[in-house]
Design a protein around this ligand. Structure first.
Ligand code: ATP
Ligand code: MG
Length: 572
């Protein structure tokens, strides 16, 4: 891989070996030398009007991944032709996210770099009689466009002379006319069955300050008059985009042919749709603006920055993108599949630690008061090279509230009066009695331990049915824990009742904050990039809200893997 960061190899081989029609097409073009000896050139073309989401990760993996495979190159190009919606903050976040995902671009480009060239090309089309200035309003243009079943009708300005069109277009550019008063349109065919070919708008007047070109321009090219030509300028051989652009392909080709420029070709693939997830920058922006989430990088967001903060890794996201591949029809992917890839990755890399989220005091009556000892614990049983650590043990511990029942239901094998269990890596203990508060809640459990069971090993072949995690009370550090759930309540957030908005399907309980968790002391030195499996609880990482003496951990995922079950049921 030349583009990918060497530290971040795909977590599973599927990431590079999965076959798809895009690869087949590129292979064919290389074989037939469609572009001579030119290298395979792709681009990833985000509009800087929001943060990247997991759907963009799919496009990035396709654009960079396929170029890589063929020894080609990929440009990062900002499609910045909408000055009103674009910001430098978004440009910076996009660069960060592409790099984080493990890719590095060949050239960093901006459609706005080509405004001069695009204007020259527009003049060329005007001079050839292939473009005209139209004074109809946006509404009138829409009315003249016709429908899928009815042809459009010509604008009364369609047959202006070339001289008049030239004069008006230059004056549009010079700022002589107000916003919306005129547009430049390609003169193609108002009866075309493809609506995109019915004299599409090429330029609009917009006296807006652009994040890069400032006030230099007051006319801006439309997407269709910018994208293909930008591809052509960069000698993009394979311009891969999502299926909604398929209808634009004839126009993409028309401009390139009329201008006689480098013949970039557009190929479409399916958009990623994930269950319980909204993938639209416009809607995600609304979530941020309306403060339904805290920010673009809120760990519940499907943005790359949100997933990163939540503890997802680039390796897992790439492996997932490799596994879903690309197709020619849109579908929907279970979010559990993404989670499955993430768990698989974390299972191999996450350091194990003990953390008690809902602490209940456990006192070992026959353990000497004031005594402290250390038990040796493997950092990751899946990776012996991760080594071991010493965890302090003492007379008073915290266990999970859920791990004790005064009156155990059938098949409850954890701690209850008279029952013996194993404290992981430490000792066997048997519950003896409880202390309750005035309301009758158990606030302390008393037990005895078997000193011969040190290390959690049975002293005499005696079996226990349960192994529980624990934290020594005297050594524990407290932390805030944030547990996340799905952001939407419906698998398809767009499954709406009459008059509802997609945001009505937001899950009101998508985050639960626990303030009294008790953690083993080694977690005091946790760093942002560390990944943990809190034993029996889930995968966690440190949140940037943490400060000295105030640790905050995010739950990346719970341990259970519902995808593995789904796969098993499906007989996969
Ligand atoms: P959104 O609707 O979220 O704003 P977009 O398509 O407008 O997405 P762009 O910034 O224009 O976003 O997209 C950059 C590239 O990413 C395009 O090639 C686009 O096709 C691709 N892309 C965007 N969303 C998805 C998705 N859900 N799945 C796959 N590719 C996507
Ligand atoms: Mg867009």
């Amino acid at each position: 891989m030349t583009n990918a960061n060497p530290e971040s190899q795909p977590a599973t081989p599927e990431a590079t070996t999965h076959s798809n029609f895009l690869r087949d097409q590129i292979a064919e073009d290389v074989r037939t030398k469609k572009y001579g000896d030119a290298v395979v050139q792709t681009r990833f073309p985000p509009e800087p009007n929001g943060y990247l989401h997991i759907g963009h990760a799919k496009a990035i993996c396709i654009d960079f991944g396929l170029a890589d495979e063929f020894g080609g190159k990929t440009n990062l190009r900002f499609d910045d032709t909408n000055p009103e919606k674009e910001e430098t903050e978004y440009v910076e976040s996009i660069k960060t996210d592409v790099r984080w995902l493990g890719f590095d671009w060949d050239r960093l480009c901006y459609a706005s770099d080509y405004f001069g060239q695009l204007y020259e090309w527009a003049l060329k089309l005007v001079k050839a009689g292939n473009a005209y200035v139209d004074d109809l309003t946006a509404d009138e243009i829409r009315q003249h466009r016709g429908t899928l079943t009815e042809p459009g009708t010509d604008s009364p300005f369609r047959n202006r002379t070339i001289e008049e069109n030239l004069d008006l277009f230059v004056r549009m550019k010079n700022g002589e006319f107000p916003d919306g008063s005129r547009v430049l349109r390609a003169k193609i065919e108002m009866a075309s069955p493809n609506l995109n070919m019915r004299d599409p708008v090429m330029y609009r007047i917009l006296h807006a300050t652009h994040h890069r070109t400032g006030d230099e321009w007051c006319i801006y090219p439309m997407y269709d008059f910018a994208h293909g030509q930008s591809d052509s300028i960069e000698h993009v051989t394979h311009s891969m985009c999502t299926l909604e652009f398929a209808d634009h392909q004839p126009l993409y080709r028309w401009y390139i042919e009329q201008l006689g420029i480098f013949p970039s070709q557009q190929i479409e693939f399916d958009r990623l749709n994930l269950t319980y997830t909204l993938l639209s920058k416009r809607k995600l922006l609304q979530l941020v603006q309306e403060k339904r989430v805290n920010a673009w990088d809120d760990p519940r967001m499907p943005t790359l920055s949100g997933l990163r903060r939540r503890g997802f890794t680039p390796e897992a996201i790439r492996a997932f993108c490799g596994a879903i591949g690309a197709s020619r029809t849109n579908g929907s992917t279970d979010v559990e599949m993404l989670e499955h890839f993430q768990r698989d990755d974390l299972n191999h890399r996450a350091r194990r630690a003990m953390a008690v989220l809902h602490p209940l005091k456990l006192v070992i009556d026959n353990y000497p008061e004031g005594k402290e000892e250390f038990v040796e614990v493997a950092n990751n049983p899946e990776a012996p090279s991760a080594g071991t650590r010493q965890v302090p043990f003492s007379r008073e511990l915290f266990i999970e509230h859920d791990d004790f029942r005064e009156v155990p239901p059938p098949k409850y094998y954890r701690l209850s009066p008279g029952k013996e269990v194993r404290l992981r890596n430490a000792y066997f203990v048997t519950a003896k009695s409880v202390v309750k508060d005035a309301a009758g809640n158990v606030i302390e459990v008393h037990c005895t331990y078997d000193p011969l069971s040190r290390g959690g090993n049975s002293p005499d072949g005696r079996k226990v049915k349960s192994t529980m995690h624990w934290v020594s009370a005297a050594h524990a550090i407290s932390a805030e824990i944030r547990l996340y759930d799905k952001l939407f309540t419906k698998a398809d957030p767009y499954d709406l009742e009459e008059g509802q908005d997609v945001l009505d399907n937001l899950n009101p309980n998508s985050v639960e904050v626990l303030t009294g968790a008790e953690l083993e002391p080694s977690l005091a030195s946790a760093k942002r990039e560390d990944r943990f499996q809190f034993e029996r609880v889930g995968y966690f990482c440190l949140d940037p809200d943490s400060a000295a003496g105030k640790l905050v951990f995010n739950r990346t995922l719970a341990l259970k893997d519902s995808w593995a079950k789904i796969e098993k049921k499906a007989g996969a």
